[in-house]
Design a protein around this ligand. Structure first.
Ligand code: SF4
Ligand code: SF4
Length: 159
């Protein structure tokens, strides 16, 4: 990915739909009731998690044309217990994660032994854990749930 200068959100409000906001009981994948055509109606009092969130595109990652609302994917990351730095792709537009961006960027992360979580428009999830992390079967099971399938992958197998 090409790193560029820091950006502004502009007309994008993708994270206001994709991400859950615990403070206001906003579920994942549901448009926030506070999100209006002119932005957040409680902007000055918005929850801490909203204030803190910055997607990777906003920080300068990727091309200008990959703004999440236009591209269909939010590029994010989180520190996950036992996995460490984990790349997260939130799918905004149905099918967006099936395109080459999702595949090639995920492979690039796996090659660096970085786990990748795909959160689909349907709210189903697929967590790809590099085999190089050496997790045991019992450890792997702790990351799976009814919405999330876990896969052990190797960079060689994805080429
Ligand atoms: S997804 Fe990124 S660019 Fe879009 S509103 Fe959220 S932080 Fe801004
Ligand atoms: S409270 Fe405001 S910033 Fe937070 S999700 Fe809702 S519209 Fe977006």
């Amino acid at each position: 990915m090409v790193m560029q200068k820091r950006r502004t959100c502009g007309e994008c409000t993708a994270c206001c739909t994709a991400l859950p906001v615990g403070e206001i009981s906003k579920p994942q994948g549901v448009p926030c009731r506070q999100c209006t055509k002119v932005g957040c109606s409680i902007y000055q009092m918005r929850p801490r998690s909203c204030r803190d969130f910055e997607c990777q595109w906003l920080k300068g990652c990727g091309e200008d044309s990959q703004r999440p609302d236009l591209f269909g994917i939010i590029n994010d990351y989180s520190l996950v217990d036992g996995l460490g730095y984990t790349v997260i792709f939130w799918e905004i537009a149905k099918g967006a994660l099936d395109n080459l961006f999702g595949e090639s960027t995920s492979i690039a992360a796996i090659e660096k032994s970085i786990p990748v979580l795909h959160v689909y428009h349907s709210r189903k999830e697929r967590l790809f854990i590099p085999h190089t992390l050496g997790l045991s079967e019992s450890e792997l099971k702790t990351y799976a749930n009814e919405n999330r399938k876990v896969f052990i992958v190797s960079a060689a197998a994805t080429n």
